[in-house]
Design a protein around this ligand. Structure first.
Ligand SMILES: O=C(O)CCC(=O)C(=O)O
Length: 280
């Protein structure tokens, strides 16, 4: 990675040959100190305030009974709070949309990035590992004529330190190009028993970009304290559609009054929301 600062005066970030090499090799890349610590502190304050709210989520009542949608605040997993559709919940979450520290990477690895799903996960001690998954299969990750294309790219921003045992994001490096499946039921206790599993640790403001073809999971949180990360998922414009997940489209799509406050870059990275209109 070259420059990784975020102020307006910061030099433009360029994706280096080493970045491309690593992302293609591992299926993810870590941008250390990508987001200003002071902005992370501000966002974290808003996260805690939003986590204290109980949302009526009346829109869910219109969904067919067999469609499972996240609530704005999900507490289904013990010791964990998941917030969904972040820009609906507080404008502070806009600040990391199309952030200059990672936008060039999205363009390099996706094409014409469009923001789709956004969420935030706070874990406290006692969270057990999630399940290993990937949003897309390895056949969807391509390298053709020197061009890297991931079907979906997740941008994870650490708002608190992610130390070992903190319920970190765990990945199997290289699994975005895997050829074989595994007997997943064998690997349970921390998530880290899976072959090749690596825990991605980091500090406030670090950003992880990973291909959604990569096998990933959240590990067990055995430490005290809270671990909070943001997850902003992106797709290439031609294939981006909230219709892939009708139940949760509410969280993907932002109404015009929310997008009205966006900067031109943020409007551009959400322009699919002008074409596909959600009837609320
Ligand atoms: O807890 C984590 O950091 C992993 C979360 C995860 O795998 C996901 O949200 O898809």
């Amino acid at each position: 990675m070259s420059a990784a600062t975020t102020t307006a005066a910061a030099p433009a970030v360029t994706v280096t040959v080493e970045d491309r090499f690593l992302f293609d090799l591992q299926g993810y890349i870590v941008l250390r100190g990508a987001i200003d610590r002071s902005l992370c502190v501000e966002i974290l304050k808003a996260v805690r305030a939003v986590e204290a709210v109980d949302y009526p989520d009346l829109w869910r009542e219109k969904l067919p009974a067999d469609k499972r949608a996240h609530r704005s605040k999900d507490t289904d997993v013990p010791h964990q709070i998941r917030l969904n559709g972040l820009a609906r919940l507080d404008p502070i979450f806009d600040e990391v949309i199309a952030h200059p520290s990672y936008l060039p990477y999205l363009k390099e690895f996706l094409g014409d990035p469009q923001l789709v799903n956004t969420w935030c996960i706070t874990k406290s001690k006692g969270v057990t590992p999630g399940y290993w998954h990937s949003g897309y299969g390895p056949e969807e990750y391509t390298f053709r004529n020197g061009v890297i294309r991931s079907p979906m790219l997740n941008v994870v921003t650490m708002l608190t330190p992610n130390t070992p045992g903190d319920g970190c994001l765990i990945v199997q490096p290289g699994s975005h190009k895997r050829n074989l499946d595994l007997p997943w039921d064998k690997y349970g206790k921390s998530g880290l028993e899976a072959p090749g599993a690596v825990e991605i640790t980091g500090d406030v403001g670090d950003v992880v970009l990973f291909s959604e073809s990569l096998n990933h999971n959240g590990s067990a949180k055995v430490n005290d304290g809270l671990r909070t990360n943001l997850y902003y998922n992106h797709m290439n414009f031609p294939r981006c559609a909230a219709v892939l997940d009708v139940a949760n489209a509410h969280h993907y799509w932002m109404p015009p009054e929310v997008r009205a406050r966006f900067t031109p870059e943020r409007k551009h990275i959400t322009r699919w929301m002008e074409i596909l209109k959600l009837d609320e």
